[in-house]
Design a protein around this ligand. Structure first.
Ligand SMILES: [Zn+2]
Length: 585
């Protein structure tokens, strides 16, 4: 660690956790806390809680939790130091010069060097494309696609030529090490044949993160070699499932929502046609991480996937992901053309605008896709189609919305409306049944894993953190031995110490530096939990008295059983003393 505890605490306290997390996900106020669907696991009902008062977050679904540092580290994939630097910058705090060990320096500057080497490679590819005779091949390819010189410059498009170590030699001359080139995925090293450029004979597209830093490349081969499209492998600065092509531009667009395309060539063509809100996932299927990235800027997503079978499947998957995150999904019909690029070339931007306005909602698109499998002239198949459609419609939670869909689907396909309605109702019932059963088994599974001793000790800490004045009242009642679970005892120690030093407790500070994520998550859960009863003194006194007697008695019973320490007569005496304990608050 390079920064003092004081600095780390100052940076933490000047970044309000609700404000920071709101920059990533949509939080809704709920009682004294804020709630949303967890960005770290897939869920439909929110169990992700953020407390402004305590400055911590916790997901009661997957257990993720901690303070503002933990969130940034988890979400951005940052190291602790990177999180400190990011949040310091956000709060306008200048960090003192850090003293790094040479090992740290190496690790830290490695990422910086990877950005640098990518930047140099991009400049070189662009130079080859625009300024050399050998680059003509690539330049002509782009021209054939209809890309203008402005577009080529704006996206920094380039060309990797036909020599196997051309880029390697260039980067070497710029002083980059073999290791950095390899780590950035630009050059491969083979013991027998030496260095070999990863990309050659390809037109090159730099891929940037949302801040515009080049993190990877996509290359399309010239000619018939395979693979047609090749991307940089995942590296320490390139996480495919967390980045979207052109998101750095789209996030500043004045157009409504984003248009999600299949590939970067589509995106470039669309930007050239004026749709600067077009983006694409990077050589993978659309992921939840990418959906969350979009959600930071907008919840409206238009899908412009290819109109073939593969494109349709990909669109269906994306619809499911977006729906889970409560984002709106609409599908742009590109027929009779295969992709957005072809569409715009043939019909122009205005016709495309029109298609955007008439985009189908995700539900209708799904039903449209299903209908192709049935011959609606056959009564049997028509019934089968109705059942399938009912299944899809039953998934709509809002009843007014569901009714509207039943109306429009029945009129679109000439189905009997009342019949469809009935089918939707029965599909909904059996669907709910399944969910309820699944929920029960999960609840049951959780219950058997719970250790009652641990639960009681956790709950005692929860009560004290929610009513900090209890630390003073309980200082003489509780002792270290009362907390028999290691991580809970450590937390109790820290809290009592904070209270003695400052007259209050600061749960978020305790979470600053946890070596062990599992314990940190458990502790954030204890801190985030709220009391389920009202905290008037008489109620609290009774609850506390009962709980502390229970904890102390359980500990003595355990000692009696194991025969450790004091004699059993001593213990029995202690036990009856405990029974008489009365807590006053
Ligand atoms: Zn979660």
């Amino acid at each position: 660690m390079y920064y003092s505890d004081e600095i780390i605490e100052e940076v933490r306290s000047r970044n309000d956790i609700v404000d920071v997390i709101s920059e990533y996900v949509g939080l809704k106020k709920s009682g004294t806390s804020y709630k949303c669907c967890c960005p770290f696991h897939s869920e439909k009902t929110p169990s992700f809680i953020v407390s402004r008062e305590k400055q911590i977050f916790h997901c009661f679904g997957c257990g993720a939790g901690g303070n503002v540092y933990t969130f940034i580290m988890k979400y951005e994939n940052y190291s602790f130091m990177e999180a400190v630097e990011y949040l310091a910058k956000r709060a306008g705090i200048t960090l003192p010069e850090k003293e790094m060990s040479s090992e740290d320096k190496k690790r830290y500057s490695r990422k910086q060097q990877m950005y640098e080497v990518n930047k140099s490679a991009a400049a070189y590819f662009h130079f080859l494309l625009t300024k050399t005779e050998r680059g003509k091949l690539g330049y002509n390819y782009y021209k054939q696609r209809g890309f203008t010189d402005e577009t080529i410059a704006a996206f920094g498009l380039g060309y990797a030529d036909i020599y196997r170590d051309d880029l390697y030699k260039y980067l070497k001359s710029k002083g980059f090490t073999d290791t950095i080139m390899k780590d950035a995925g630009l050059v491969e090293f083979d013991e027998r044949n030496g260095p070999k450029d990863k990309f050659w004979n390809r037109v090159m597209v730099p891929i940037t993160d949302i801040n515009g830093k080049i993190i990877a490349f996509g290359g399309r081969v010239l000619g018939d070699a395979k693979p047609k499209y090749l991307n940089t492998k995942e590296t320490d600065i390139f996480n495919k499932s967390r980045n979207l092509f052109a998101m750095n531009i789209a996030r500043h667009s004045r157009k409504r929502g984003v248009i999600l395309c299949e590939g970067y060539m589509d995106v470039i063509a669309m930007h050239q046609a004026g749709f600067d809100n077009a983006i694409a996932s990077l050589g993978t299927a659309f992921t939840e991480g990418q959906a969350n990235l979009i959600k930071r800027y907008t919840t409206d997503v238009y899908l412009a996937y290819d109109s073939d079978g593969a494109g349709r499947n990909a669109a269906m998957k994306a619809i499911g992901i977006l729906r889970n995150l409560e984002m709106s999904q609409k599908v742009i019909d590109l027929k009779p053309y295969k992709d957005p690029d072809e569409f715009i070339k043939n019909l122009g931007a205005e016709a495309y605008e029109e298609r955007i306005r008439n985009a189908l909602t995700g539900r209708i698109y799904e039903i449209d896709s299903v209908v192709d499998n049935f011959d609606l002239n056959s009564p049997d198949e028509k019934t089968a189609f109705m059942k399938e459609a009912a299944q899809l419609l039953a998934g709509i939670e809002d009843s007014a919305e569901r009714q509207n869909y039943i109306e429009s689907v029945s009129s679109k396909y000439y189905l009997n409306r009342d019949e469809l309605k009935k089918l939707v109702t029965s599909a909904g019932l059996s669907g709910n049944q399944v969910v309820a059963n699944e929920y029960q088994t999960r609840e049951y599974r959780n219950r058997v894993e719970i250790d009652p001793v641990e639960e009681d000790q956790k709950y005692l800490i929860t009560m004290m953190v929610n009513e900090p004045y209890l630390f003073e009242k309980l200082e003489n009642v509780l002792s270290e031995e009362d907390f028999t679970v290691d991580y809970i005892r450590a937390v109790a120690d820290m809290l009592f110490k904070q209270y003695r030093d400052t007259g209050t407790v600061n749960p978020a500070q305790i979470l600053n530096r946890y070596e062990d994520a599992e314990n940190q998550e458990k502790v954030s859960g204890i801190f985030t939990k709220e009391l389920e009863f009202d905290t008037t003194p008489s109620v609290l006194e009774k609850a506390l008295t009962d709980l502390i007697i229970k904890i102390k008695t359980a500990n003595i019973d355990r000692l009696l059983k194991t025969g450790e320490g004091i004699s059993s007569i001593e213990l029995a005496k202690k036990k009856s003393e405990i029974k008489r304990l009365r807590i006053k608050v």
